[in-house]
Design a protein around this ligand. Structure first.
Ligand code: CA
Length: 606
């Protein structure tokens, strides 16, 4: 970087810092910092490369958590719609995102805004804005050097200066005019920023791309499904994948978008990605002769420096039900059957909790975590393939079928956390069903919802069979899961309130439920404390400043206007504003809930 430019940036940073009345003493985030994941801070989406959402802080613990109260709150203005961002914390500053790809930095001590950046996303597709399936959401940032990185709804990846919020570089990661968007948080591995995209409900071809963190130069791209064979294959992985498809899948795109989960193993130098559902949903339309349709609904391990595939494990071969496998990935080292295993675990939409060898992709175990799973009766322990319920498939000849889980999935984007002392994984789960049938009139319409599956009564019309009763609670649960035995240890009901979980060394797990944030004994599940937040929330993180431990979380707004998915104008905004809430020991008491409690569930996906 030319010295003059560096000096200009430095002067600007100082000026901005003085203007905001804060002292900015910023340490660059280097490779070692990301590898060490310092206790007092939160440098990456999952808290560490293993994506455990675990904080080693224990000042707030099972003996004093009932003293938790409000340190400060900051109103996140203009953000009707769901907040899904996991904040990052560095040098006393919180970095996070709101809806419509807004990015902001706030003082972690006081909750005062330092800067805010609105990329000015065009809000209507008719005016050239992005196609958005599930609200204008964003799940957060990555951090490296002096920058934070955000993926935007319009497909851009931007690097912002941490001190000033000014754009350092920006690249368009998606072809203009197609129905891609970005809602996921980027990750930084080996000086590269990695980002995928969304859009499989509209019809796109999924991929993930790595960019140079300093310059934004594209370094590699891995497609998750093959393109038109006539155009040639990008890799041997695509050539092999094409053998599992039929028809002209490339016209609609095939799907397999990488819109959320990543993890990184520095020793193996493997980046793990989760891939999305088929596009269209119905395999009968997408790939008329059947087939597994690689690499839809899979965990894929790629070399972090080249993007070359090392292995894959497909959770839902021949996806027919919008069963994305993008849900959070987590790396654990476990002793299973007397052997030390390096594993990757996940609880995707299809309702099974998977434990896979992360060095080889070898199947270890899978068990249903949802009370309502009807598409398969189990996973074959020898082959790792699902034992499908033959009635769960549907085609143009059938009038349709009720299947559990439905497209919202038994677990969606909500982060899960791990506590190394209890050995348990904590995540929200739920029960649902959906009537799947083929839209006999289906024609691909660019810009439209191209699932090939009608909503409502479906192909059966008035002859649709009655909706089966669900076994699990409609409002969902939070599960404590033992990944060694692959079984549930304890559960609590959520009653519709969504959010991710946080584990801490204070023997605590924080989780959503009843419009509150709850703290439980991580081992026994005993409820130790709860605070009323009035709505669903994103995912809490922990940090320490001046000897005090904080818990901070983005909380959705609530009331009229909120339920419009963020598409209402300012005047239609929520009655209760969205806000960032920070909690400390001996803080101000949280408000009592007004009767009756108002609540919104954010079950949509990317
Ligand atoms: Ca989907």
């Amino acid at each position: 970087m030319p010295n003059t430019l560096a000096r200009m940036r430095w002067c600007l940073a100082v000026a901005m810092g003085l203007a905001a009345g804060v002292v900015l003493a910023q340490q660059p985030v280097d490779r070692d910092a990301l590898l060490d994941s310092p206790n007092a801070e939160w440098l990456t989406y999952g808290g560490d490369y293993a994506e455990t959402h675990y904080s080693p802080l224990d000042q707030i613990n099972d003996s004093n958590v009932e003293r938790l109260g409000l340190a400060w709150e900051w109103e996140i203005a203009g953000t009707a719609g769901n907040l899904e961002s996991t904040p990052l914390v560095r040098d006393g500053v919180i970095y996070a995102t709101g809806t419509w790809s807004n990015v902001f930095a706030i003082d972690a001590r006081t909750g005062e805004q330092i800067w805010r950046w609105d990329p000015g996303i065009v809000r209507s597709r008719a005016d050239g804005g992005p196609s958005v399936c599930c609200g204008p959401v964003n799940r957060g940032l990555a951090m490296y050097g002096d920058k934070v990185f955000a993926g935007l709804l319009d497909g851009r990846l931007v690097a912002l200066n941490r001190a000033t919020g000014l754009v350092d570089w920006a690249v368009q990661t998606t072809p203009l005019g197609l129905d891609y968007s970005i809602t996921g948080a980027p990750r930084v591995v080996n000086d590269k920023v990695v980002i995928g995209n969304s859009g499989a409900e509209f019809g796109v071809r999924g991929y993930v791309t790595a960019y140079d963190a300093e310059t934004g130069e594209q370094l590699w791209r891995f497609h998750t499904v093959p393109g038109n064979p006539a155009d040639g294959f990008e890799s041997e992985a695509m050539e092999r994948a094409a053998e599992t498809w039929s028809g002209e899948w490339w016209i609609v795109g095939g799907g397999g978008t990488v819109w959320d989960g990543y993890a990184f193993d520095p020793e193996e130098n493997l980046l793990y990605i989760g891939t999305g559902n088929g596009s269209p949903w119905s395999r009968a339309i997408r790939s008329p002769e059947g087939g597994d349709n690689l690499y839809l609904s899979s965990i894929v391990a790629v070399d972090a420096d080249t993007g070359e595939m090392r292995w894959y494990y497909q959770t839902t071969p021949g996806d027919d039900w919008d069963y994305t496998a993008v849900q959070p990935l987590m790396l654990l080292d476990l002793e299973i059957d007397g052997r030390e295993r390096q594993v990757i675990v996940k609880a995707p939409k299809n309702g099974f909790f998977y434990v896979i060898d992360r060095t080889s992709g070898a199947f270890i175990s899978a068990q249903p975590f949802s009370d309502d799973v009807t598409w398969a009766t189990g996973i074959d322990q020898e082959t790792g393939r699902p034992i499908e319920n033959p009635d769960a498939r549907y085609d143009a000849e059938s009038t349709g079928v009720w299947v559990s889980p439905g497209p919202g999935g038994a677990h969606n984007w909500h982060p899960m956390s791990y506590n190394p002392d209890t050995g348990l994984v904590y995540f929200p789960a739920g029960s649902s069903n959906f009537f799947y049938s083929v839209d006999a009139e289906f024609e691909y319409e660019p810009g439209g919802f191209n699932t090939g599956v009608p909503f409502g009564r479906g192909a059966a019309g008035d002859d649709r069979p009655p909706r089966p009763e669900l076994r699990g609670p409609r409002g969902g649960v939070v599960l404590a899961w033992d990944p060694v035995t692959n079984s549930e240890v304890w559960r609590v009901e959520r009653n519709g309130t969504s959010g991710g979980t946080l584990s801490t060394a204070g023997n605590l797990v924080f989780r959503p439920g009843d419009s509150r944030i709850w703290a439980h004994d991580a081992g026994t599940g005993e409820a130790l404390w709860s605070g009323y937040l009035g709505s669903s929330f994103a995912t809490p993180v922990a940090y320490e400043l001046d000897g005090r431990q904080y818990i901070v979380v983005e909380v959705n707004g609530s009331g009229p206007g909120f339920g419009r998915g963020g598409f209402g104008g300012e005047e239609d905004g929520p009655m209760v504003p969205a806000r960032m809430v920070a909690l400390v020991l001996d803080g101000e008491p949280l408000p009592d809930p007004p009767p009756p409690a108002d609540d919104e569930d954010s079950g949509g996906d990317g």
